[in-house]
Design a protein around this ligand. Sequence first.
Ligand code: AMP
Ligand code: GLY
Length: 434
Amino acid sequence: MSKKVLVIGSGGREHALCEALAASAQVAEVFCAPGNGGIGAVATCVPDLLLTDHERLAQFALEKRIDLTVVGPEGPLVGGIVDVFRGHGLVIFGPDKAGAQLEGSKVFAKRLMARHNVPTAGYFEFTDLEAARAHIAQQEWWPIVVKVDGLAAGKGVTVCLGPREAVAAIDEAMETKRFGDAGSRVIVEEFLRGEEASVHAITDGDTLLMLPTAQDHKAIFDGDKGPNTGGMGAYSPAPVVEGEMLARVERTILVPMLDALKHEGITYRGVLFAGLMITRGGPRVIEFNARFGDPETEVMLPRLRGDFYEMLYAAATGRLADLASGPDVDPRPCVGVVMAAEGYPGNYAVGKPIYGLEDAEALADVRVYHAGTRQRDDGGVSTAGGRVLCVSALGASFQAARDRAYTATAHIRWEGAYKRTDIAHRAIGREATA
Ligand code: AMP
Ligand code: GLY
């Protein structure tokens, strides 16, 4: 027990990563840069280290003799943090700048999928505003989906019901330049019907280690209504993609994608996260991410047994094949309910004192992951963001896990707290009819 770990990021995902790494028998100390108001319980937060300052982060890792750095969000990966760390001889979990294009450029991902026959939505790409408008004018099938090429903080995707919306989305990206350079190329793609699922694998570029499946709820209101958010809850496993379906995802999507990356000369080390639509014709890719999902991580990791440090270190150093076996997974489902600030994903207040955290945490098989929180000088915790907490619970069934998660959230109060009341409704519906 001597290893030191640095986790980069400040959300619920990073809280869950820190907790899982701190639980490893090999790990002596976990640092988190910058961290948040709850991560301090399992790691030493380093609030003055900025995500964008890759060189300073690397200097910190050198000074502290960090054995493994784990990158949470996509921004630093796409910005090339892994290349900077490796340049200093540091071990870091995540794809390099070339590999992170899988998430950083939708055009890159689409071309790779098309070239290697990975099932996804049919698409057209545009760099010319007039050509994109002309394409919309002759479009016959609706809805269609307009996506900006680059990173856009989750706001670069518009499902368009008709030409007016589609032209507006294209103009916003290419003319008004709402997303800056990220919108100078757009994709117009086929709308997929089915149920969504998140499949994560850890890889060292050759070997894949499948993690528990999950599904998140992006819409703000019950019944999956209203605008999309960063995620209002999640659950694991996702029954829609278990068993033979998961084997099919691995065989027809993940393995060919890893081959495709290799073919490009990229040794992809990190998380390969496929956001999928399970259609009547089988699984198809909506998007790839180069990192762990949020809030998926907050429901996957409570189910993962075994040494998480060992898995990530093996992936980062190209030794995944040496691990004795795949991860041991708790068969019990996990349901995570996000507690957000009223008004989110629009405007919301911050700085509201949060009460009842200890009572919620004291419940068996419950974890309270902090996202937008801040530690006050008096030792208490206040809200500091739109998504404030993710409260995750394990249970003997989806229903039991959900009941426990909501029992826990009932202990937690602040002025203007908001949560959905129906997280995991699809899985519970299946359970009821099974
Ligand atoms: P993203 O920001 O890429 O995660 O996309 C946000 C959401 O838009 C996805 O989770 C889907 O619900 C939806 N979406 C994106 N692309 C498609 C598509 N081709 N067909 C149907 N829904 C899509
Ligand atoms: N929950 C979806 C994502 O992390 O992209």
